[in-house]
Structures are given as structure tokens and as C-alpha cells.
Design a binder for this molecule. Structure first.
Ligand code: OSB
Ligand code: MG
Length: 380
């Protein structure tokens, strides 16, 4: 995006906000999602519902109810959004002013992103434009990628990869952990020699495992995501020095400055941007631009979102810099039914279309929302 568009976005004014609610939903996963840190059987998501000028904007917080992936939880996000962020949001002020005030609150990027997403969707709806247009990007088809959780057997893993290949996903990511790594990758690679394949360890290893991780170099993986722990940017730079396979950071990156540190140290050659993890869409676009200018590949991660957060990730991927397929997969990969009416589907070449229409281009199905709602609370 032209830098002028980012400042244009920052100059947008916050509309009057008549009513704000928290809504928590809990949806069963089609298949438990296993990682080295936790196996999740359900998606429990905190949603923010904002009414402005008679229109309703939804946003989704990417935090889990537990602090196992990162430290924020749906509980901390409610607290920070209600008690610290929303009081800083003054209708009539600009988006840039509000986001600047958010810097006074340290950390809590997921909470900040939830509010920023809701405000931008409100503004897009009010102006009658799609979110990606408000962000400054033309419509385009998005590449797809799938994240396959840990499986009990290699046969089950191979089945999951085979169905992803049949659907034409542009790349497949498989979760690994100690004891389920080299031989499991070998099994997939032998059966799918040409597949764009990568692995994600969610921080299960330490530098002592460097020689073990070197065994992955023979498989031609596109990258190894977050092999070391969530704060180990420096240790990743030491590991990258010992590997041919590019490293990708996820958990370690929360801000633009984390990204500049990681790139300066050559701690990674690819970046996973989860807009929720880095505090929202504006920070994501800043990071994507910087990475692109430094020859670093970027893709959009996912947090097994419902259709609301998934739509945000799709709009974001129209931005310059998102050069690689991300973790954006079909709704049916996660849920038999979602709370929104428009399921995400791949076309026959594996691409995903941006939902057309103003704002996110999606509509929440009131019946399904009631069916999966476990808590609702008026904030304002
Ligand atoms: O590490 O990228 C991760 C899901 C939850 C928490 C962490 C991660 C993930 C995924 C799934 O890999 C991404 C998705 O399909 O949305
Ligand atoms: Mg990851």
C-alpha cells in the first residue's frame, strides 16, 4: 500500500458508538487440534459487537480461554478491553489518535486488535466499502494453506495430508513436537515429494536440539515455524545459522520492533503475521511492508478463528507483502457449521475469494449465534 493510504486510514474518524457487547461462543472442532502445547477440542472465542449508526460491526479476539499458546486469555482481554481500551475510544477522534493512546497500555496486543478491528469494520460499514478497500488494497484471490494438528498415527496424518492435497491447498503445514518429528516428516515427504510442506513446533525445542533439527534439512521444507520458545529471538538466530531450512517466527513476534530485531539478527527468513498477535491490521501492514523491503517472506497465520476472524485475515491478505500462502483454510476444516452464513471454500485451483460487500462482507447467523453462545454481557 502506498504509505499515504496508511496515513489516510489513521485520519479516519471514530463514529458514534451506541452500544457495545461482549459475546462468547464455543464451537466444537470437527477434529481435535493438537499442538506441542495443547490439544483444543473446541473453539471458544470472545466476540465484540459494536452498534454504530444502526449498523452492527463484529470483531473476534484471537485469545484462547487458556494461556498456553501465549499469555493473553479471553479473560484478560475482557478486562483490558472493558477497563482500559474502550475508555480511550472517543467518537470524533481519529483512528491514529486512538491507536496512539493504546500505546499507553503495555502488551495485550490481542485485546487491542479486537477493538481496532471493530472500529475499522464500523468505519468501512458506515462508508459502504469493503474492509480491504478501507485498508487501501484492491480485491484479489487469496492463496490457501492448511495447518494439520498432531495425529495419533502416521497413517492418520497421511490421510489428512492426502485430503488437503486433493483440495488443492497451496501449502500444507504439519505440527511437530519432540518424538513426532523427523520420521513423521519423512513419511509425508516420501508420499508427497512435490508438496509445499512446512512444520510448526510451537516452541517445543531448545538450542540443545540443533543437531536433531538439522535432520529436517533433507526434506526441502519451505520453513520451520517457531522451533524454540516464545521469547527466544536471539536463540533462533543461533539456530538459523546452523540450518539450511528457513526459520519462521510466530509466538516471538508481538510488535513491529520485535520484527526489526528478528530481521537484524537473521533470526528468521519468513514471518507469520497473526493480526491479533501483533495488535491489529495497521501494525500488520507496517510489518508486512518492512519485511517485504528486507526480502523476508510474510504470510497470514490463523488462530482457528470463527468466520469473523477468518474474514479479517482474508481481507488483510490483499495487502502488499503477503507473498506466501497462509493458514487460511476452509470453514469445514474446523467446524461443521460456523456462526456466519458464508462458509470459506477453496475454488478448484485452491484460491479463496474475499467475501464481497461492505465491511467484512459476511453476516452472522442469529440462530447459530444463539446456539453456540455461552455468555453475553453489555459493556456500554
Ligand atoms: O501456531 O500457528 C499456530 C492455531 C492455534 C494456535 C496456534 C497456531 C494455530 C495454527 C492453526 O497453526 C492455524 C489455523 O488454521 O487457523
Ligand atoms: Mg505457529
Amino acid at each position: 500500500m502506498p504509505e499515504s493510504s496508511q496515513s489516510h486510514l489513521e485520519q479516519q474518524r471514530i463514529p458514534p458508538l451506541e452500544r457495545i457487547d461482549f459475546v462468547t461462543v464455543k464451537l466444537p472442532f470437527v477434529h481435535p487440534f493438537g499442538t506441542s502445547v495443547q490439544t483444543w477440542t473446541h473453539k471458544e472465542a470472545l466476540l465484540l459487537r459494536v452498534e454504530s449508526g444502526g449498523r452492527v460491526a463484529w470483531s473476534e479476539c484471537v485469545a484462547d480461554p487458556d494461556p498456553f499458546y501465549l499469555s493473553e486469555t479471553t479473560g484478560t482481554a475482557c478486562h483490558i478491553i472493558r477497563d482500559f481500551l474502550l475508555p480511550l475510544v472517543e467518537p470524533g477522534e481519529t483512528v491514529g489518535d486512538v491507536l496512539h493512546k493504546f500505546h499507553h497500555v503495555r502488551g495485550h496486543e490481542m485485546a487491542k486488535a479486537t477493538v481496532e478491528n471493530a472500529l475499522l469494520v464500523c468505519i468501512a460499514l458506515q462508508r459502504g466499502v469493503a474492509l480491504h478497500t478501507l485498508l487501501g488494497w484492491p480485491e484479489k484471490k487469496i492463496m490457501s494453506g492448511i495447518s494439520i494438528g498432531l495425529r495419533d498415527t502416521q497413517a492418520e496424518l497421511l490421510d489428512a495430508v492426502a485430503s488437503a492435497v486433493a483440495k488443492k491447498y497451496h501449502r500444507v503445514k504439519m505440527k511437530i513436537k519432540k518424538g513426532k518429528d523427523v520420521e513423521w516428516v519423512r513419511a509425508v515427504r516420501e508420499r508427497f515429494p512435490d508438496l509445499q510442506l512446512m512444520v510448526d513446533a510451537n516452541g517445543d525445542y531448545t538450542l540443545d536440539d540443533a543437531m536433531h533439527l538439522q535432520k529436517l534439512d533433507v526434506f526441502g521444507l519451505t520453513m520451520i515455524e517457531q522451533p524454540l520458545s516464545y521469547s527466544d529471538i536471539y536463540q533462533h538466530s543461533l539456530l538459523q545459522d546452523q540450518l539450511h531450512t528457513p526459520l519462521c517466527l510466530d509466538e516471538s513476534l508481538h510488535t513491529f520492533n520485535d520484527v526489526t530485531t528478528a530481521i537484524a539478527l537473521d533470526a528468521c527468513r519468513v514471518i507469520n503475521i497473526k493480526q491479533g498477535r501483533v495488535g491489529g491490521l495497521l501494525e500488520s501492514m507496517r510489518i508486512a511492508r518492512f519485511a517485504m523491503e528486507h526480502g523476508i517472506g510474510v504470510w497470514s497465520g490463523g488462530m482457528d478463528e470463527t468466520g469473523i476472524g477468518r474474514a479479517v485475515n482474508i481481507h488483510l491478505q490483499t495487502a502488499d507483502g503477503f507473498s506466501l500462502p497462509g493458514d487460511t483454510s476452509e470453514t469445514l476444516n474446523y467446524f461443521t457449521e460456523d456462526i456466519i452464513e458464508q462458509p470459506v471454500m477453496l475454488d478448484r485451483h485452491g484460491f479463496i475469494s474475499v467475501p464481497p460487500g461492505p465491511g467484512l462482507g459476511i453476516s452472522v447467523d442469529p440462530q447459530r449465534l444463539m446456539k453456540y453462545m455461552i455468555h453475553a454481557e453489555r459493556v456500554r
